[in-house]
Design a protein around this ligand. Sequence first.
Ligand code: SF4
Length: 496
Amino acid sequence: MSQPPIWRDTGHPARLEKILPQGEVECGLSPRRCRIAPGKTGFCGVRGNVGGRLVTFTYGKGVHLTGEVIETEAVYHYAPGARILSLGNIGCNLTCSYCQNWKTSQARQVDAADLHAFTPEQVVDRALAHGIPILSWTYNDPVVWHEFVLDAARLARQAGLLNLFKSAFYITPEAVEELLPVIDIFSISLKSIRPAYYRRLTGGTLEPVLEGIRQVQRAGHHLEISNLMLTDISDDADSARELTAWVLETVGPDVPLHFVRFHPEFRLTDTVRTPIDRLRRAREIALEMGMRYVYLGNVSDTDATSTWCRGCGALLVRRFGLTTRIEGLTVDGHCVRCGASPAIRLLGGTPAATSEPEFPAEQTLERQTYHWRGAIASLHVQVRNANPAPIRFYHRPLPARPEAGWRGLTLAAGESWRFTLSREGAEETGCEIGCPPGVDCRLHEVFDRAHFPTIPIQQAVAADDKTALPLFAGRHLSPERLARLRQEIERDEESP
Ligand code: SF4
C-alpha cells in the first residue's frame, strides 16, 4: 500500500462540516459534498476525515509566495499594474483534462519540495515588507484552501490590504457567503456555458459555477470573467456567442470578459495552441453583441489587451503581456480626453509608479542573461539570501538602455523570495540578472500566465513552443478520444 504524502501529516479543523452517523462526515465546501469515511479523504485529496471530524490537510501549506502583477489574474479593471502577492496551495475539486496547473492542483502529482509552510501573519508581513497592496488567492484553485484563505484574508484586511480570488468557482453557496466579507476582487474562470463540457472535461457541473457568479454579482463585488478557449473544443463562434449571451444577460456589458489562449497541457497534449484568429473572432462577436470590455489573454503583442475609451477611442491603458502602462486616465479613473468612465478602479486614485533605475556596483554581481523565446514572455525569479544581513538584488531588460537601467529589490537576511519578471515590449530581447554574493537565484519559465512553474531552467528548458514543463507522465487523451469527446459534447447539447 502506498504511503500518504508527507504534507498530509497535520490536519486543521475544517469549516462547513456535517457530522454523519457511523463516524462519517460530509464536506459542504464544494458541490460534490463528499461523504467521507474515517481515515479517508474527499475527492480533492486535501480534506479528510480524522477521528470522525472534517479536517483540511493544507492549512498553512502552499507553493512559494510570489510577487506578480494583477494582470496575471485576468483582472484589467481594478488597479491596473498593481503588484499582487500570489498564493497557491495544492489539490482541486475539479480534474480538468487540460489543467494548466496540474502539477499542484492534482494532489497525487505534488512534489513535497514545492511546498512551504507559513502562517496568516507571515503572509501579511511579507506583503507589507515588499509594499504589495493585494493578496491573490490563485493557481491550483483557492476553493479547497478555504480556512486558510479566510483567516489570512481577514488579517490582510485589518492591515489595509485587499484580497483577490482567482478561481474556477466550483463552490457551494454557503462557502461563497463566507468569502464575500473578505474578498474584494473576483476573477472567475467560466470554462464553457455547455453543461456537457463540464461533465466531460472537468469532472464537475456547470450550474454551481453560474450560481456562484450570480452571488458575487448580487453582492456588488468587482468581477471579471475569463474563458479558456480549447482548440477545436470550445473555440468556435457558437461557443463564444452562447457564453457572451449568458454573461451579458446575467452580469451586464461592463463586466470585463477575457478570451484566453490555451496551450496543450496535462492530458490534453495531442493538439495545438488556440489559433489567434479564433480568439479574435470570439472577441469581435462579444463586442458586436454589446459587451464593452473584451480582452484576449495569453497573447502579448496585440491591441486586444489594452483598454480603449468607449467614448472617444483614446488609449487608456496600454498592455504588453504582463506589462501595463496607464496612459489616458485621470487619477479618478476617467478618460483624460473626453471624461468618459471605463469602469476602472484605481488604487488610492493614483496610477502605479514606475521604479527609478539604479546603478549597482556591477563588478560585485554575478551576471546571468535570459533571452525571450516563443511564447515565453515572463519568468519567475526565485532568490534566497543566505547572508546574515539584507542585500540588494538586481535585474534589467535587454538590450540595456539608459532609461531602463538596473532595478533593485531588497532581500532580508535569510529571505527566500519569488517574483515575476516580464517582457515589457516587442523590442525587448531578454533580461539580465545581477546576483550579489551569497544569493542563490533560480529562473523558471512562465508559459503563458497564471500558472506556477515548478522546474527551474537550470534543470530543463521546454524543447518546443507548445507546452510547459514538466510533461504529465500518465495517460494522455488520444486523438480518437478527443474526437469522441467533441461529439459527445455536441450530442449532449442537442438532447433536450
Ligand atoms: S472540497 Fe474536497 S472534500 Fe470538500 S466536497 Fe469538494 S472535493 Fe469533496
